[in-house]
Design a protein around this ligand. Structure first.
Ligand SMILES: O=C(O)[C@H](O)[C@@H](O)[C@H](O)[C@H](O)COP(=O)(O)O
Length: 317
């Protein structure tokens, strides 16, 4: 087989019977948001989910509309609310795109993002989503065996993939028998094959693959995928998938999608939770000028960018 982003071990199907409980929480629209308002074109509370009680605005979510380049920002009081909304967002997109194209190509990162996908494996999505249409990829992967605790595949398998009936052949993990360079080249070959067979869309303008959705986390230093601040890999503009052997975040050997492939996406959800993400979120969403541009500031997809932030991550806005 030319490409080895191989089908994996059969996925178990576990159907949790606890259903989604939607909570409406208070988002204080206080000075902090208004303090940064000049950076945004408008600020509004999503009216479909807002409640007025006891004279306060109670909402599951506040939404900030920014200039196109900065994307749409969804703010949540808690990570739990964020996870509920993220599941709804991903499921809606998946259902719409699966019907239109017959497949849905979704890319995930490692890190805390994977835990924030937990509501997708609950009702109503476990039954309402057509999982057979999903094709799952990784925006970055650590070059370790698939059963290694550092593996992004293993993390996703344990938290998500083992709980939904996505066909094993639609899960594209790296070939962990290869070196970092070999695994990156192999993954790129696999993507080229999927573009040829039209499972994966291709951007007319960039020529890079155009994924339907990228669900990505961001590091406290502003890295996305395995593109780290100041690292030459951030400048890579020819390869689709590249390797890195000196990642500042362990483990050092990884493969990563490059910026042009990330930015050819139809949709990107950037998910950041916790106060450790507050500074890069502030830098990316405000108009501060910083000489060392963070990788997250370079995220500008052809399609839509949506930020999902909890109170901690939004605490400097
Ligand atoms: O393999 C990885 O290290 C991840 O894919 C990485 O890009 C991650 O998404 C960010 O580091 C954020 O991780 P946290 O959300 O856990 O901080």
């Amino acid at each position: 087989m030319a490409s080895t982003c191989r089908p994996l071990s059969p996925h178990l199907r576990a159907l949790p019977d606890n259903s989604v409980v939607r909570s409406f929480l208070c988002i204080p629209l206080t000075s902090r948001f208004f303090a940064v308002k000049p950076a945004f074109t408008s600020l509004r509370v999503n009216s479909s989910s807002s409640r007025f009680r006891f004279g306060r605005i109670r909402a599951s979510m506040a939404e900030i509309v920014t200039p196109k380049s900065k994307g749409k920002v969804k703010l949540f009081d808690t990570e739990e609310d964020l996870a509920v909304s993220l599941a709804e967002y991903a499921a809606d997109l998946a259902n719409k795109i699966s019907k239109e194209r017959g497949s849905f190509t979704v890319v995930i990162s490692g890190g805390s993002l994977v835990k924030s996908l937990r509501k997708l494996v609950e009702q109503p999505y476990i039954d309402s989503v057509d999982w057979s249409k999903w094709h799952v990829f990784w925006v970055d992967e650590r070059v370790v065996p698939k059963d290694h605790p550092d593996s992004n595949y293993l993390l996703a398998y344990n938290e998500f993939l083992s709980k939904v009936p996505i066909p094993a052949g639609n899960v594209y993990a790296i070939n962990d028998a290869l070196s970092a360079e070999g695994a990156a080249d192999d993954y790129e070959t696999c993507l080229k094959h999927l573009v040829k067979t039209k499972i994966l869309d291709q951007s007319q303008s960039s020529g890079f693959p155009k994924f339907d959705l990228m669900l990505m986390g961001m590091g406290p230093d502003g890295h996305i995928a395995s593109l780290f601040p100041g690292h030459p890999l951030v400048q890579e503009n020819k390869k689709w998938v590249a390797s890195i052997k000196d990642s500042p975040k362990p483990p050092p050997e990884r493969i990563s999608f490059t910026l042009p492939i990330i930015n050819s996406s139809a949709n990107i959800a950037l998910v950041a939770t916790g106060a450790s993400k507050a500074t890069p979120v502030y830098i990316a969403l405000s108009d501060v000028s910083n000489s060392d541009v963070l990788p997250v500031q370079l995220v500008a997809p052809e399609g839509e960018l949506t930020w999902f932030l909890d109170n901690g991550a939004a605490s400097k806005l």
